[in-house]
Design a binder for this molecule. Structure first.
Ligand code: HEM
Length: 233
């Protein structure tokens, strides 16, 4: 088994399985964040954030998610270094200048680094403030859950206040669109690694992956832009 994960295909397998796990997280994350566009003063979003912060199963998933990111990043670094070494002086001839290879597939590591840089800003914006340091924007508010009034953290006020700054919206647009490019290659590539791809399915996975990638990337971008334009004050 350790031989398998030490082999090139084993490392790719780990990248693919963690990549698809992160894709599942993105879908849940995007769905919950879409509640930021409900014009109810943030009540639904706060209810969802409260559920996510208190549900034991979700709490259990948080370290698993962190581990997923870590494995994905570590194996991406190992594989990229190995590929560069293997190509040696031919790196530029067989890599960046090769025709007919999509731009995203040649730049997965660079795109990953852009997403990681975005994530550092993003975690500092929200997760650190909600879980560790607190923030002046994060007061308490009341929501009604199943007829019972409950006091919860005002996560909506924090997100809304953060998206009141144009530079933040621009950083989110860059991070989300970088994510979209990353997924246009990563999605079909994962199914290829699992051996679930032939000439017909390769085309299908590419179309499904491209639609999914832009749906997610444009979705996150739109939330930030619409919050900035229509939900301030
Ligand atoms: C409109 C865009 C986004 C909004 C409003 C948003 C909102 C949030 C909030 C409020 C949290 C803190 C949740 C908590 O601690 O309970 C969070 C955490 C997180 N976000 Fe985002 N997010 C956005 C985009 C993204 C994107 C594009 C990614 C991935 C590339 C991402 C990945 C994460 C991760 C990994 C965490 C930490 C895990 C967690 O607490 O669930 N987010 N986000």
């Amino acid at each position: 088994m350790s031989n398998f994960f030490g082999s090139s295909i084993g490392k790719k397998f780990l990248m693919s399985i963690t990549g698809l796990f992160l894709v599942t997280f993105l879908l849940v994350h995007l769905s919950l964040n879409a509640l930021l566009l409900v014009p109810d003063g943030g009540e639904l979003f706060n209810a969802a954030a409260h559920f996510m912060a208190t549900n034991p199963l979700i709490k259990l998933m948080e370290p698993v998610l962190g581990l997923g990111f870590l494995v994905h990043i570590i194996y991406a670094s190992i594989l990229t270094l190995q590929n560069q070494k293997a190509r040696g002086n031919d790196r530029y001839a067989s890599g960046n200048n090769t025709k007919n290879v999509a731009w995203a597939s040649k730049n997965m590591y660079v795109l990953g680094a852009v997403i990681l840089a975005f994530l550092v800003v993003h975690i500092a914006n929200f997760w650190v403030k909600m879980k560790i340091t607190g923030d002046s924007l994060l007061g308490h508010t009341h929501i009604t859950v199943a007829g019972v009034e409950t006091q919860v953290e005002n996560a909506y006020a924090l997100v809304n206040g953060t998206f009141g700054m144009l530079w933040v919206v621009i950083v989110y647009a860059i991070g989300s669109l970088g994510l979209a490019y990353h997924l246009t290659h990563g999605f079909w590539s994962a199914f290829q690694t699992f051996g679930l791809s032939n000439s017909i399915w390769r085309k299908r996975w590419t179309v499904i992956g491209t639609v999914f990638a832009w749906f997610v990337g444009i979705g996150f971008t739109l939330i930030a832009v619409l919050q900035y334009l229509f939900f301030q004050g």
